[in-house]
Design a protein around this ligand. Structure first.
Ligand code: ZN
Length: 151
């Protein structure tokens, strides 16, 4: 495993659309392991592959004991809304208020290529939506109108 460098806003890689994963072998497993180690080291709650410069449709979310690895995710259902603060490991030292769905259902593949589906709500749903946006080159600062500096 290895800690990867997290690229920062201004790098155009963050603005590109990521490509679907077709390889469910060792290389993808290695990437996921590196992403998890990088996320833990950074004390974040989520990380998308483009944030480490890999334009593949993969994100991970780690909230307390809940850990998700989502490959080729699709948000197939969403309901309600929530308004709350968000930050991003690629936009250091800032936060902003973003509206997100309260509950979402996401279909995805796990590292073994097995199709899965999960329904999450609240903060976990927020994290999923934030990470999902990264795969399309969208950052939360595009959606927040009050991006502030952390004190
Ligand atoms: Zn982010």
């Amino acid at each position: 495993m290895a800690i990867r460098n997290i690229i920062q806003v201004g790098d155009e890689t963050l603005r590109k659309k990521s490509f679907p994963v077709t390889d469910f072998g060792e290389k993808t497993a290695q990437l996921l392991d590196d992403m998890k180690e990088t996320l833990i080291k950074s004390e974040g709650v989520g990380l998308a592959a483009p944030q480490i410069g890999v334009l593949r449709r993969i994100f991970i979310v780690l909230i307390d004991d809940e850990y998700y690895e989502c490959i080729n995710p699709v948000i197939i259902k969403q309901s309600g809304k929530q308004i709350g603060e968000e930050g991003c490991l690629s936009v250091r030292g800032k936060y902003g208020t973003v509206e997100r769905p309260m509950k979402i259902t996401c279909s995805y593949f796990d590292r073994n290529g097995k199709a899965r589906k999960t329904t999450v709500s609240g903060f976990t749903a927020r994290a999923f939506c934030h990470e999902y946006d990264h795969l399309d080159g969208v950052l939360y600062i595009d959606k927040a109108n009050d991006v502030k500096e952390c004190k």
